[in-house]
Design a protein around this ligand. Sequence first.
Ligand SMILES: [Zn+2]
Length: 326
Amino acid sequence: MSYSRKILAAANKIINDRRSFATAENKLRQTRIDAQIPEIAGLRKKLAATGLAAAKAMTMGEDAEKYIEGLAEINISVQNEISALLVKNGYPADWLEIPYECRKCSDTGFLDGHFCPCRKQLLIDLNRQSLCDISPAAECRFDNFDLNYYSPDVNEVTGYSPRAKMTEIFNFCREYSLDFDTDSSGLFLYGATGLGKTHLSLAVANEVIDRGFGVKYYSAPELFSRIEKEKFGSNSTDTIDETLECDLLIIDDIGSEFITQFTVSAFYNILNSRINCSMPVILSTNLSVEEMQAKYTQRITSRIIGSFTPLPFAGNDIRQIKRGEE
Ligand SMILES: [Zn+2]
């Protein structure tokens, strides 16, 4: 599982904040309760004393174990007394325990040397949020991809109906996302504009994020402008490596960027490095394979055809059909 440094750092900060908040809240509660219920203040002093005694007892050698056991018993009975007093005064019995958001890991985010489920969930949420900030990811899921927009009429030239073809592609993408792993093959989604390529690639992204993988999504113009900014040093905070750091990289609408020698060579480098490390990419484009060859050279196109699963989208522009229905 590979998340970008930004997401890992954001998760870290949130978990540290949770822990600080819980500790501060605990101190506040202690102070208030000590003032309100002096009996509890006394008992808490007793608790602190047994804790100190137990720490000292560690050096006692053979007799330590029995002594510490005795202290532990006292400790439990004092805690029970405190709980009873809290309840008597209208508080929950555990009011003076540190109110960690995650009791399993005490808001450290680690459990037995591994990520606690709370940290895993946080990474998933942050990854999804980062995708929703820059794409319509929230609206693009498998369950709202409507195959009824594709014509069931068999096309005489291709010999199949757009709906049959798209059903096949839809099923393939869903299975791909369910079986996704860091060494899955890349996908090449191509076909005319408005056929649902962005929708399906984001549906894959949503599913793969839910399964705990790091996913990054860029429209081609945004990706290349980031890379250009870094290369030519104008106010970019991300390095190219950080930009591409993820288990699944999605580059949407390749061909819509302003194509220069620089972007072509950057594109080749991205593809090459991801393919050489068996790291999956989902590419989508409105260009035909011939147009791809003309714009990006034979070398790039054959790299894509050779390593990615091609998914040719079929049908008529769905956005226009939807507009017609309104
Ligand atoms: Zn936790």
